[in-house]
Design a protein. Structure first.
Length: 255
């Protein structure tokens, strides 16, 4: 049976999946993403709407994940340190696997620089093995956990087929700054190797700080409270809907 390589980035803002084994052929560049939002999939006895999606099961619990959780107002908190050790992380991981054709898989993922040395072996064990998602079976044969900024580095030096585009870069010192949703990682590479001590680390500031500032300004100006998902859309569109009317918030975004 053919084995598939999958890159999975479970960030605090969105989950990104890259693979040539995606189920949908419509995804551009073999990549798909969904928002990092999750809510409990509670049993309902009456509803005027019907979800076509199937909840993600982890242990005894079921969750709506990504787009399937957007309509909820009861989002679970995911913005805390070492979320990757909790079942919530496995729910995002299983949701990510559901975008790939079932079968044997090799996974590449990452951890923040400050967490990598201590936790990459533990995460590797958690993500390896057999996972059942929506009736399909995924056999994860191996997991490679790298410091997150190296994803940007490989994107810079490799083409879409994984071939090295510039060998000279591997002989140079390269600094990488990876601005994420909750954290910002910085790392130094010398001759293609990670210099861990004294030149690499993580600071607890990221895009979420910008989103929080926008949400606060919108609340003060228009008396409208926006969820994280709606703030992200407002940042992209530079506008919000206030009592049915489209309102430009470009000045707030530019601050």
């Amino acid at each position: 049976m053919e084995q598939t390589i999958v890159g999975i980035d479970i960030g605090h803002g969105s989950v990104k999946i890259v693979s040539d084994g995606l189920l949908s052929v419509e995804e551009v560049g073999c990549m798909v993403s969904f928002p990092t939002v999750i809510t409990p999939a509670r049993e309902t006895h009456f509803s005027i709407t019907k979800k076509s999606a199937t909840p993600i099961e982890v242990g005894q619990y079921k969750y709506w994940v990504g787009e399937d959780a957007r309509e909820s107002t009861n989002f679970l908190n995911t913005k805390y340190e070492r979320c990757f050790l909790d079942d919530i992380y496995l729910a995002f991981y299983k949701k990510a696997l559901s975008y790939v054709a079932p079968g044997p898989i090799h996974v590449v993922t990452g951890l923040p620089v400050s967490e990598h040395a201590k936790w990459h072996h533990e995460l590797k064990k958690r993500l390896t093995g057999e996972f059942k998602v929506n009736g399909n079976v995924y056999e994860v044969l191996s997991v490679r956990v790298m410091p997150q900024p190296f994803g940007s580095f490989f994107h810079y030096i490799l083409d879409s087929n994984g071939h090295l585009m510039n060998e000279d870069v591997l002989e140079e010192s390269v600094g990488i700054i990876d601005i994420g949703n909750r954290t910002t990682d910085f790392i130094l590479g010398e001759s293609g190797e990670w210099v861990a001590k004294g030149a690499s680390g993580t600071i607890n500031i990221g895009v979420s700080n910008l989103l929080e500032n926008i949400a606060n300004h919108v609340s003060e100006t228009y008396e409208v409270d926006l969820s994280t998902v709606k703030v992200q859309k407002a940042l992209r569109d530079r506008q919000i809907t206030v009592y049915g009317k489209t309102t430009d918030i470009g000045k707030i975004v530019d601050k």
